[in-house]
Design a binder for this molecule. Structure first.
Ligand SMILES: [Zn+2]
Length: 443
């Protein structure tokens, strides 16, 4: 499909205007796609131009007519849990609830936790992510006590082993009250030494203000960014996001704060939403929504039909000018039984769940450009002359085509050449996931 030479042109690609690293031009399609010619030389984008500006004749390098096929920059997956990934076969969620997930993961850790198990499952998740076209990924890692030590040793090894293929960021995951203990302070020191992000899950409770104050204090002292799980519930009384936004302003917090989930915002009154989002905007907090996991866990009651989609108010968040990303979250574990770390699946599902289609506008930036900026990697997430020619070429020409098929035949390109990365085979993990002979496992 692509010439093997180091210098070639791709003609007539459809690129969303918001993903161009040059000033977008008109005309565009009604979906905001720009017909583009791309010159690629020595593994970099040399020029991105409106189609037809350069004559086809007289060029002495190969040209490929893409006939409107869509090109995206690589996906950026800003919220995952690689350490829990792919344990579903040995530790399925018994009833599909959040509580069932917490308890099952707790038991899985007690039975199976170890560096080799962790490394192989995390690498499996990364391989999925890479094959689907992701270039940078942030993972939360459970970090209570010794688990944090092993988890971040493995993470550091993975970051080294994968340095050529994927940019990795690590976030420690504990309940935020842990930071009020000496071990919690040690964990913050460890994250500073690792160049990580200070994370945690915050629940509505009478001590919340003191807990969040401690998180922001530790982060501020160590110049760490913060990434919290907040309001992952359908309880309208859960207002962690609001409290955090007030506190960040009060403390003049200067690092970045990213909040994941924020589900309860969508079951609160318009007045509460206005109050919260005004404070969030003023505090400079950014939000990541995890629609697939929310659809699975939220509004689940035994033998009853769910009526709530579980996602936060993504349209309103955007109206307030608050940066919003979508990400994959858990993958084949008790918090989410499915998934494959595919940025396109995340976007497709988000479009359908949250009605991001009338218009499509620049929502495709929410799995590319926006999370890249949030991760401090603004050169990724858009297609820019002078930058490495890393991109994904889909067979689809318009958004309806893009979101209707899984695009399994997409071409992932790095430095101008096809990436040789296949999805890993599930059987690679059989000895970890089915410790008994597989035939005995099912009955
Ligand atoms: Zn999460």
């Amino acid at each position: 499909m692509l010439p093997e030479t180091s210098h070639y042109w791709l003609r007539n690609a459809h690129i969303p205007a918001c993903l161009l690293g040059v000033e977008p031009w008109r005309p565009q399609t009604s979906e905001g796609l720009c017909l583009t010619d791309l010159e690629i030389e020595d593994g970099q984008f040399r020029r991105l131009l409106p189609a037809g500006q350069v004559s086809w004749d007289g060029l002495d390098c190969p040209q490929v007519d893409l006939r409107k096929k869509i090109i995206f920059p690589p996906f950026i997956d800003i919220h995952t849990h690689l350490d829990k990934g792919h344990i579903w076969g040995r530790s399925p969620n018994p009833d599909g609830t959040f509580e069932g997930a917490l308890e099952t993961v707790y038991q899985d850790v007690a039975r199976y936790y170890g560096a080799e198990d962790l490394y192989r499952r995390m690498a499996f998740g990364l391989q999925c992510s890479l094959a689907h076209g992701t270039a940078a990924l942030r993972t939360h890692i459970d970090a209570f006590g010794q688990q944090g030590e092993i988890g971040f040793e493995v993470f550091t090894q993975l970051r080294r082993d994968w340095a050529e293929r994927m940019i990795l960021q690590g976030v420690c995951l504990v309940s935020v009250d842990y930071y009020q203990t000496p071990d919690g302070i040690k964990l913050a020191d460890r994250m500073a030494a690792l160049g990580g992000v200070l994370g945690g899950v915050a629940y509505q409770n009478p001590q919340l203000k003191a807990q969040l104050t401690q998180v922001l204090t530790l982060a501020q002292e160590r110049r760490l960014d913060v990434d919290l799980h907040a309001d992952e519930t359908g309880d309208p009384d859960s207002r962690v996001l609001y409290q955090l936004a007030l506190l960040a302003q009060e403390m003049n917090f200067t690092g970045k704060i990213l909040c994941g989930h924020c589900c309860s915002l969508s079951v609160q009154t318009p007045e509460v939403v206005r109050e919260t989002l005004t404070a969030v905007k003023a505090a400079g907090i950014q939000i990541v929504s995890l629609p697939m996991c929310n659809l699975y866990l939220q509004d689940r009651r035994s033998q009853e039909t769910p009526v709530w989609r579980g996602v936060t108010r993504v349209h309103e968040i955007r109206e307030y000018g608050v940066p919003l990303a979508f990400a994959s979250d858990n993958c084949r574990d008790p918090f989410y039984a499915f998934g494959d770390h595919d940025g396109l699946e995340v976007l497709t599902q988000s479009v359908r769940i949250a009605h991001l289609d009338h218009p499509y506008d620049d929502w495709c930036a929410s799995v590319t450009r926006t999370p890249a900026e949030m991760m401090g990697l603004p050169h990724l997430g858009r297609l820019t002359p002078g930058q490495p020619a890393d991109f994904i070429l889909f067979p689809a020409r318009y958004f309806s085509e893009l979101f209707s098929r899984p695009q399994s035949d997409r071409l992932v390109v790095r430095r101008g050449q096809p990436l040789q990365a296949a999805l890993p085979d599930y059987s690679e993990l059989d000895d970890l996931i089915y410790p008994q002979a597989i035939d005995n496992f099912f009955h």
